[in-house]
Design a protein around this ligand. Structure first.
Ligand SMILES: CC(C)(COP(=O)(O)OP(=O)(O)OC[C@H]1O[C@@H](n2cnc3c(N)ncnc32)[C@H](O)[C@@H]1OP(=O)(O)O)[C@@H](O)C(=O)NCCC(=O)NCCS
Length: 229
């Protein structure tokens, strides 16, 4: 379980060294107001220029993700460098580092690790059951496994699988550069937070996956490492 600092906008919410990298949270302000010049000045110039082209929540989330990454860089003892995005939206980390970002309205999370593998991070709420999601994101085998659980566990189990799949996507999309559907991978959550990822198609099976999930209150935070075999 990850614990948060008091929710003061633009401050570090948490710093954890998890098995797949350093994970940092940044508290975000509650509204979509333009990000102040003082906060923008904490970005490196190329990020600041890009952030100034964004509006409302998109600007807030972009800035929060980059501030989270900048704390992770410092934790790893790495020089801060601009992290822009590729044409699909994936963050481009400096040579020898890999990273990933996720955000909710009040929190941005960045993951950074050394190496050349793919990594992904994702944050999902579990507090509200959303009908139809399980049928959209789970394979028939996963759906059967979820339905075999006691009703109170079904939604949380679905969200863990969903979150790990989103992290898988972020970890492998920069290498595959194609859309990967939710039916192309199965996720089997472990009670210890270590999850099994089973690829169902050849190009995804070309990766060896490690997946984990932990909790930030009622939110699931998943991380994935995808190494080419
Ligand atoms: C791309 C996607 C995973 C982003 O997830 P999301 O829940 O919408 O948004 P999150 O806040 O968690 O993540 C947003 C961050 O994802 C990252 N991202 C976006 N596209 C990405 C890509 N193609 N590859 C890697 N990371 C990507 C970015 O860093 C972005 O933040 P930023 O724009 O501020 O830099 C999602 O929109 C999507 O397309 N999912 C469908 C595909 C899928 O998940 N399939 C499952 C396969 S097993």
């Amino acid at each position: 379980m990850i614990h948060l600092s008091p929710p003061v906008p633009w401050t570090t919410a948490f710093v954890y060294a998890l098995p797949h990298g350093v994970v940092v949270g940044c508290h975000l302000p509650s509204g979509p107001d333009p990000v102040s010049a003082e906060v923008l000045s904490r970005l490196v110039p190329a990020e600041r220029t890009f952030a100034m082209s964004l509006r409302a929540y998109r600007q807030v989330q972009f800035v929060g993700g980059r501030l989270a990454l900048s704390v992770a860089f410092a934790e790893l003892g790495c020089r801060r460098a601009a992290v822009l995005s590729d044409s699909f939206g994936a963050p481009i980390l400096p040579e020898s580092l890999v990273g990933s970002i996720t955000h909710k309205q009040d929190l941005a999370v960045g993951l950074v690790a050394r190496g050349r593998v793919g990594v992904g991070v994702d944050l999902e709420d579990t507090d509200r059951v959303r009908p139809g999601v399980a049928e959209r994101v789970l394979t028939p085998s996963e759906l059967a496994a979820v339905k075999a659980l006691v009703p109170s566990r079904q939604w949380v189990d679905t969200v863990v699988r969903f979150s790990v799949k989103e992290s898988v996507y972020k970890a492998i999309h920069p290498a595959l550069r194609r859309y990967v559907g939710f039916g192309e991978v199965e996720v089997w959550p472990g009670t210890d937070g270590c999850d099994r990822v089973e690829p169902l198609v050849p190009d995804v099976a070309a990766f060896r996956f490690e997946a984990r999930h932990t909790w930030i209150g009622e939110r699931v935070l998943s991380t994935v490492r995808a190494e080419p075999r």
